[in-house]
Design a protein around this ligand. Structure first.
Ligand code: GLA
Length: 344
């Protein structure tokens, strides 16, 4: 049995930017439709999301400590911006139909939490669902899209992830357009994250509706799942670009069930794919190895390159892949060598 470290080898431990040395004949992107022209998400959004590590165990304390850790660890200054509370912050609707945050877990209320986050130079993200309930059974936004958008804007929300549970029979392009229009009507720039897990082909209509769209089922902190997601996401490269991004799901780096080599490959290939980078670990207890991966400035620079063209696999003989993406500098290109097999 080979060591897990041997499984994945990125020859350029970070991604090497080569000055025009290897021109490869690849098809460049031409995104089909215009992106939402509101100035947000011109590069893939970066931040932190509670779900992968904490699931439903979200509290005001956790979010405050996480925001503090984003500043203290250097993540904010490296580009991580959004602090996103995923499922389970909401418990009910009041007599007017307004969404109610869990008063035990968020005793100061969402507007105060938004202020806390903003005071640290960060941005505030929340989660809802396009159906009648969220994936964890909390109230969804179906029929309340405009009311909820107004509530979020009043709380200072900057980013909204909209999930797709309890949405059977609904047309995703229609439902997400409701959120787009309701958010635009608030006058507050709010990034719209479409989360149908690839259902109803969001790469066909996501651009012009939202700023990112999940392309696959949920990630897990296991290498085979990461490999499967990479295979399914990279073939959508043509759809991503400034203002609208393929989303292969949030990061598992630092959650403990993969090797550091696997986490490095996860991060580097997310960067090559111009994926949104949402850390999904406990930032208050981060190892040096995890921090080094999440804060690698060269890899982040590739992800955030302003040209926004996702990589294609330009060579693949089964065991050896060459990934390549053109960069804003017309004489530069990011190249990754990737071994997805168990062999050295
Ligand atoms: C779905 C989403 C996840 C997460 C959970 C929350 O599974 O794909 O990212 O938001 O719901 O319940």
């Amino acid at each position: 049995m080979l060591s897990r470290t041997a499984r994945t080898l990125l020859v350029f431990s970070s991604i090497l930017i080569l000055a025009a040395v290897c021109y490869l004949p690849i098809r460049l992107n031409s995104p089909a439709a215009r992106a939402l022209d509101d100035g947000t998400a011109r590069t893939p959004p970066m931040g932190w999301n509670s779900w992968n590590h904490f699931g439903c165990d979200v509290t005001e304390q956790l979010i405050k400590h996480t925001a503090d850790a984003m500043v203290a660890s250097g993540m904010r200054d490296a580009g991580y911006q959004y602090v996103v509370i995923d499922d389970c912050w909401q418990v009910s609707r009041d007599s007017q139909g307004a969404i109610v945050a869990d008063p035990q877990r968020f005793p100061s209320g969402m507007a105060a939490l938004g202020d806390y986050i903003h005071a640290r130079g960060l941005k505030f993200g929340l989660y809802t669902d396009a159906g009648y309930r969220t994936c964890m059974g909390r109230p969804g936004s179906l029929g309340h899209e405009w009311q909820d958008a107004a509530t979020y804007a009043a709380w200072g929300v900057d980013y909204l992830k909209v999930d797709w549970c309890a949405a059977e029979g609904l047309d995703a392009a229609t439902q997400y357009a409701l959120f787009r229009d309701a958010l635009a009507a608030t006058g507050r720039p709010i990034v719209l994250s479409i989360c149908t897990w690839g259902e109803q082909n969001p790469w066909d209509w996501g651009r012009g509706t939202g700023h990112l769209w999940r392309t696959t089922r949920d990630i897990a902190d296991r290498w085979p799942v990461v490999l499967q997601i990479i295979r399914e996401n990279v073939v959508r490269a043509y759809a991503g670009g400034p203002g609208g991004w393929n989303d292969p799901d949030m990061l598992e780096i630092g959650n403990g069930h993969m090797t550091d080599a696997e986490y490095r490959s996860h991060f580097s290939l997310w960067a090559m794919m111009a994926a949104p980078l949402f850390a999904g670990n406990d930032l208050t207890r981060m190892s040096d190895a995890t921090r080094d991966i999440l804060l690698n400035p060269e890899v982040i620079a590739v992800d955030q390159d302003r040209r926004g063209t996702p990589a294609l696999i330009v060579y693949d003989d089964g065991g050896r892949q060459v990934w390549s993406r053109p960069l804003e500098n017309p004489n530069a290109r990011a190249v990754a060598l990737f071994n997805p097999t168990d062999l050295p």
